[in-house]
Ligand binder design. Structure first.
Ligand SMILES: NC(=O)C1=CN([C@@H]2O[C@H](COP(=O)(O)OP(=O)(O)OC[C@H]3O[C@@H](n4cnc5c(N)ncnc54)[C@H](O)[C@@H]3O)[C@@H](O)[C@H]2O)C=CC1
Ligand SMILES: CC(=O)C(=O)O
Ligand SMILES: [Mg+2]
Length: 543
């Protein structure tokens, strides 16, 4: 590859980083400004330019333009400024990027678009997307129905696949050319998009039922054909499909659902950290989950798994510690239209019969939770009244409003600290600034599956695991929980984003170790650290 073609390949382009010799060798004379820069100089220039942008969306678009033209430099800049730039390429800004995709579209960003209306193209489409199918370690796929908490955005959801992909590499160091982002376009129920002349997806309602399932089945089959050793990562599917799809395929292929399992293990890590402070053992916790959807049920499942592993309680006993709340109040066993996950966690109608179980304040008064987790996408649901009521019954309330993006969170960190006189143990799904209160600086951990899934996926890719097992998930959760130091007042309940690389590496190591212990690997590994270090891709120019 040479000349203009070289400059237009983001994986090989170095822009002004091409040396004089390279410019001659690859016929680049005259195609670049004369200055030759080191990657460090380029990064400084890019960062300077980012700071000139008017708002975060402008910054996002600028960074993604860099992603399109020079991926090495993109990841180099990310690695230098991860805390500053993660909120730009990921939540909260990614929410706006999804919503504005059709208004800002310029390039397809190396993603694969699979349409239910051209399903016969699927095999060829996957082949067209990569030059070396054997190099692909991870496929990250969405159908755009439940993007973050913003709902159905159809083909615009491709931005969440790409955003999650960028976080994979920025966090774990997996080679960006080893991950493939995919969007499945089955239509959208978003009426505004369907009417929008600039919408770029299939202009019809979502195809559901048997044809949808057949399309998913075909997709899984084709992935197995074209990328037999790749991990399949599901992201932001709708509530009626996410758990169902995972259940169907998790015993057959190497796969995980990030919203269910990534979120679940991340919440286990945060819960264990709060217990170091509250000293309420897991088996004595009363856990109220507000929003019993994909993430809410995933969190409940993973916490139950942890309780059963670490205490004498049976699964049935552990389940009794959970109070799931959805649109109609506490999820009860006499309710109609519950999902399979909700049925498993439903409380007895008889116990709640005469109580007002709809209003969160009344529920908190009744249940006296020690942990309150928000995965509803209902902005401000954890009101001052709710939080103060909770704090009456528990000395150090653990409160986790993890809905994304920021504007949809159930509460703001600074309110939670203020309302509880600094007693609440808080993590939030999107970033929160430290809260200064009564002379203490409270650092707020970001409770986002981004802390877990990159290490999980990277570990799976290194071991070439054949399945994602409960032991691997538990090992990942503990790898994070074990390093959280809560000894200082105001310490965060999760590792900071500045330590994302370190945390991802610990997760990857724990996962590889567990794969080897379970015999769930397709490559032999003698030295796990060495295997991880050798697999880490660093954003440096090669000749
Ligand atoms: N921080 C993190 O790592 C993650 C955060 N999330 C966030 O969790 C939220 C939910 O995501 P999913 O579970 O994927 O969506 P989902 O649609 O599967 O679940 C949302 C649930 O909230 C319920 N709900 C809606 N309004 C409610 C109300 N007024 N009261 C009680 N429940 C109500 C819905 O009925 C549904 O069951 C989103 O905001 C998402 O960003 C999801 C995954 C990971
Ligand atoms: C973080 C994430 O996966 C979500 O909000 O859906
Ligand atoms: Mg998600």
């Amino acid at each position: 590859m040479e000349g203009k073609y070289l400059l237009s390949d983001p994986l090989y382009n170095k822009g002004t980083g091409f040396t004089r010799e390279e410019r001659v060798k690859y016929k680049l004379q005259g195609l670049l400004p004369p200055v030759i820069q080191t990657i460090e100089e380029q990064a400084e220039q890019i960062y300077h330019q980012i700071q000139q942008k008017a708002d975060n969306m402008e910054k996002h678009l600028f960074l993604m333009q860099l992603y399109d033209t020079n991926r090495t430099l993109f990841y180099y800049v990310m690695s230098k400024h991860i805390s500053d730039l993660l909120p730009i390429i990921y939540t909260p800004t990614i929410g706006d990027a999804v919503m504005q995709y059709h208004e800002t579209y310029t390039t397809p960003k190396d993603a694969v678009f699979l349409s239910i209306n051209q399903s016969s193209d699927m095999h060829q489409a996957l082949l067209n997307a990569v030059s070396e199918p054997n190099n692909i370690d991870i496929i990250i796929v969405t159908d755009g129905e439940g993007v973050l908490g913003i709902g159905d955005w159809g083909v615009n959801g491709v931005n969440i696949s790409v955003g999650k992909l960028a976080v994979y590499t920025a966090a774990s160091g997996i080679d960006p050319s080893h991950i493939l982002p995919v969007v499945l376009d089955v239509g959208t129920n978003n009426d505004a998009l369907l009417k929008d002349p600039y919408y770029l997806g299939n202009r019809h309602k979502r195809i559901e039922g048997e044809p949808y399932d057949a399309f998913i089945d075909q997709f899984v089959h084709e992935i197995q054909e074209v990328f037999p050793k790749a991990l399949l990562h599901w992201e932001d599917f709708g509530r009626s499909n996410a758990a169902r799809i995972l259940e169907k395929y998790n015993d057959r292929i190497c796969t995980f659902n990030d919203d269910i399992q990534g979120t679940g293990i991340m919440m286990v890590a945060a819960a264990l950290a709060t217990i170091k402070v509250s000293h309420i053992p897991l088996q004595d916790q009363r856990i109220l989950i507000f929003g019993a959807g994909t993430a809410g049920i995933g969190i409940a499942e993973q916490l139950v798994e942890e309780i059963v592993r670490s205490t004498d309680l049976s699964e049935a006993e552990a389940i009794k510690q959970f109070y799931l709340v959805d649109r109609h109040g506490v999820v009860l066993d006499n309710m109609k239209g519950l999902t399979a996950g909700q049925i498993k966690f439903a409380q007895s109608y008889v116990n709640f019969e005469r109580k007002n179980v709809r209003d969160l304040y009344r529920i908190v008064k009744e249940v006296k939770p020690t942990m309150l987790i928000g995965a509803s996408g209902v902005s401000g649901a954890f009101t001052e009244e709710v939080v103060k009521e909770m704090a009456k019954h528990t000395e150090r309330p653990a409160i986790f409003p993890i809905s994304n993006p920021t504007r949809l969170a159930e509460a703001k960190a600074n309110d939670l600290i203020k309302w509880t006189n600094g007693k609440a143990l808080v993590v939030t799904g999107s970033p929160s600034a430290p809260v200064e209160y009564n002379g203490v600086s409270y650092k707020i951990g970001q409770a986002n599956n981004a802390l877990l899934y990159p290490g999980l996926g990277f570990g799976i890719a290194i071991a070439k695991a054949t399945r994602v097992t409960a032991n691997m998930l538990s090992a990942a959760a503990h790898a994070v929980a074990d390093v959280i130091d809560v000894s200082n007042p105001g310490a965060p309940m999760l590792p900071s984003v500045a330590r994302l690389n370190e945390t991802s590496k610990l997760v990857a190591k724990a996962v590889v170790k567990e794969c080897l212990r379970e015999g769930n690997h397709q490559v032999e590994i003698d030295d796990i650290d060495l295997a991880i270090n050798q697999a880490i891709w660093t954003p440096e120019y090669t000749s």
